[in-house]
Design a protein around this ligand. Sequence first.
Ligand code: 4AD
Ligand code: MG
Length: 430
Amino acid sequence: MNRVYISDLSQHVGQTVELRGWVYNTRSSGKIKFLLLRDGTGVCQCVYFKGDCNPESFEAFEKLTQESCVYVTGTVKEEKRSPGGYELSAKNLTIHSIAAEYPISPKEHGTDFLMNHRHLWLRSSRQHAALRVRHEIIKSIRDFFDGRGFTLVDAPIFTPSACEGTSTLFQTNYFDEKAYLSQSGQLYNEAGAAAFGKVYCFGPTFRAEKSKTRRHLIEFWMVEPEVAFADLYENMELAEQFVEYIVQRVLKNRAEELRVLERNTAALEKIQAPFPRLHYNEAAELILKENPEFKKGDDFGGTDETIVSSKFDRPVFVHHYPAAVKAFYMKRDPSDEVSSLSCDLLATEGYGEIIGGGQREDDLEKLFSRIHEHGLREQDFSWYLDLRKYGTFPHSGFGLGVERTVAWICGLPHVRETAPFPRLYGRMYP
Ligand code: 4AD
Ligand code: MG
């Protein structure tokens, strides 16, 4: 028997094929029974006509429960009313397993219930669509950098030092030493940039953030390019071309998924470079008008980011944040030492920061004193300081968080639905 996937049915019109999958829904009315079959690639209506199909199969149909695993054979025909546009005139039904009463039903379930059943929730159409968009985003990330002469140089997960401050470090044992799970591959990427010119790393990163917000995960994927001889402004140009590319790829290749997610695609169509750029001081002025609690010099909170981004229909860069609110490696503006050559990209529609980056400090003495000022241990960074000793060079880079980008592009209210098995503060199950 010709076993096919539902997504390929268009190539088999008129043929007798076998579909294998799970029961999505059933409906009977006397002489005719309908089975909606889901196989992961799509949903197909299978129609059993009494007299037209095998009598045992017609009988067996009554035993089916939601998510039972079945094999169906029949003839493929075009049918506009079937979910994917094709229908099976079914002849046979083989039951591989009858599912116990399925816990997820079309009725509203609480978030906690759904998160506890994440392993099953993945089968639902919205979750399915969001993860297909995630896949497209990951593929487009790789295609973008691979197509522009970047070399993939992955960074380690076990690290001896902190990249993004010591307050969110995950500590673990590395035999007799202490190790931390990577918060960012950046420091290793800088070594990569000196070796290869244009590099990126892409992998999971970890932050022990004790905050339950809709933007924070404990484990998330980050892609980080690092470019030798790029300054802050070239870094922003790369970032905007990159984000435009990802959004336009999803619009082109995942229209059906965006439809399932009810995403406003008109808003996404507008995501085209160049993106507006605001100096921190300009952004601070906008925030001060709407948030009396904000003080100039502060880092932005979620509300502050929303105030700034709500003024634009494209993502907006904020650059030159005060050095005091940024990491030790940020280069200061030579003409204004309190400001750093940093840039964040704030997404539209209140999704907040999706990119953080900037130009790196390339002066050995300055970097050395920053490491001390930030209370970091010199011996952990001696390899990093070597990059300033042996041919120090201007360079810049950034990190884009995959899950926040997926949430934004899909229009999902919370990052918990953007990863197959998200790790959140207070949740590590399933
Ligand atoms: O702004 P961050 O902390 O920047 C860095 O880690 C730099 N070392 C990157 C670089 O320059 N190579 O993080 C970068 C991005 C954020 O803009 C956000 O999208 C995401 O990573 N991110 C998180 N996503 C989900 N949950 C969290 N807890 C996140 N923390 C950061
Ligand atoms: Mg940041």
